[in-house]
Ligand binder design. Structure first.
Ligand SMILES: *Cc1c(COP(=O)(O)O)cnc(C)c1O
Ligand code: SF4
Length: 393
């Protein structure tokens, strides 16, 4: 008698590697002042966390600070800490204060300006909060905050009011209350796990949270919202993705803002997640001087697709306090979409949205492709600016 074939759900011993021609476009991040640090430490995320730059005297050893940056590092300290992993700091141009990585992580005096339109809670997240740690705004999905820590504190962060403030850290009890809320609400089929950065938690802690969510029959999917692929890609270890495999389907939404962030390390983190079966999306924030130009976004989105990350959203910079120096016009975002649609793969064209103040939610803002509409006659304009008429039956 023939023996039964082996079960085929084993994880293959070796994941297939992408072609060298593809990985060759993703250079390893530089090491800067950490050139003599052994690989074993550099690639250890605990080391990267421990060695974070939090003070101006540490930062000064890595980049040539401007007077504005030096003053801002001191003056913004009480409102929003500085925190930069060695990996992300090494990506900064030591001489150019307009470097996109630097603009996103080094404080500037622009943060001390409070514009008339600024809001403490720009998206009304605390208002739509049935229990602490859950924002329930849309009918079938919730935002679930599980930590308030991040490896790098982004200067444009929308949750400045909470992030980096240890007194607001989501306590275990709060996470358990959040899980109970989700379990009690059968309409919730999608949970966006956010923070802070959920990957700041240990694998065991995340395993527990994901396990609890998977045990709730009405929860179909969850998404991890994380910037670790950008700021601490070493966090995506084999053990971590092995843990995620047990909770599939898992969606991961990341936050790349500039092609410079697409390094070999980031590529490897995305590869591990994708090979573990995760579906990856990117949420870019439109930031003045960082990525408010169509060519930069085109290059970023092409790199993301090579990393198997689908560009999902471009956000108009919101009205969080002290980030007015990052805001562009709304038209800048529409111009970017106009320069992508038709000119490149549809896969590289995300949705441009304004997350409306006061809890209005995400509102898509598209270029105008409908020119006229009279009765059954529609006049559309294509990407090249040519008009076409369509008649409804
Ligand atoms: C962004 C957001 C979501 C998820 O929105 P999608 O459009 O489904 O990605 C859910 N809840 C809140 C409060 C949000 O801000
Ligand atoms: S990773 Fe996200 S939550 Fe953390 S500081 Fe950056 S934008 Fe804010």
């Amino acid at each position: 008698m023939a023996t039964l074939p082996m079960m085929q759900d084993e994880i293959p011993a070796a994941d297939p590697r992408p072609a060298a021609g593809i990985t060759g476009r993703f250079p390893p991040g530089p090491r800067s002042v950490w050139a003599s640090v052994p690989d074993s430490q550099w690639n250890d995320w605990h080391w990267q966390q421990r060695e974070r730059i939090t003070r101006v005297d540490q930062l000064e050893k890595v980049i040539r600070l401007t007077d504005d940056e030096r003053q801002a590092a001191v003056e913004t300290e009480k409102d929003f800490h500085m925190g930069i992993t060695p990996y992300y700091a090494a990506l900064m141009d030591p001489d150019d204060p307009r470097c996109p990585v630097r603009l996103q992580s080094v404080p500037t005096m622009g943060e001390t300006i409070v514009a008339a339109a600024d809001l403490e809670d720009p998206l009304g997240e605390d208002r739509d909060m049935p229990v602490p740690g859950i924002t329930h705004r849309y009918p079938d999905r919730v935002l679930f905050y599980v930590t308030h820590n991040c490896p790098v504190y982004c200067r444009h962060c929308t949750r400045k009011r909470k992030v980096a403030d240890p007194s607001s850290a989501a306590a275990r009890k709060q996470v358990e209350d959040g899980l109970d809320y989700i379990a009690l609400h059968p309409e919730i089929r999608d949970v966006v796990i956010s923070g802070g950065d959920p990957l700041s938690l240990s694998d065991d802690r995340l395993d527990h949270i994901l396990g609890r969510l998977r045990a709730i029959p009405h929860v179909e999917i969850f998404r991890l919202g994380t910037r670790n692929l950008v700021t601490l890609p070493q966090r995506v270890t084999d053990d971590f993705v092995h843990m995620l495999r047990r909770h599939q389907p898992v969606y991961v939404n990341t936050h790349f803002n500039h092609p410079k962030e697409c390094t070999a390390e980031a590529f490897e983190a995305a590869r591990r997640l994708a090979d573990a079966g995760c579906s990856l999306g990117n949420q870019m924030v439109l930031l003045k001087g960082v990525n408010d130009d169509p060519r930069t976004v085109m290059e970023l989105n092409h790199k993301l697709l090579l990393m198997r990350i689908r560009p999902y959203y471009i956000y108009q910079c919101d009205l969080a306090k002290g980030i007015s120096h990052f805001r562009t016009t709304v038209e800048a975002g529409r111009r970017i979409i106009r320069s992508l649609r038709g000119f490149t793969s549809g896969l590289a064209v995300p949705h441009f949205v304004v997350d409306a103040p006061d809890g209005g939610g995400k509102i898509p803002v598209n270029p105008d492709y409908v020119i006229r509409h009279e009765g059954k006659k529609w006049v559309f304009r294509n990407f090249q600016g040519k008009d076409y008429t369509y008649f409804e039956p």
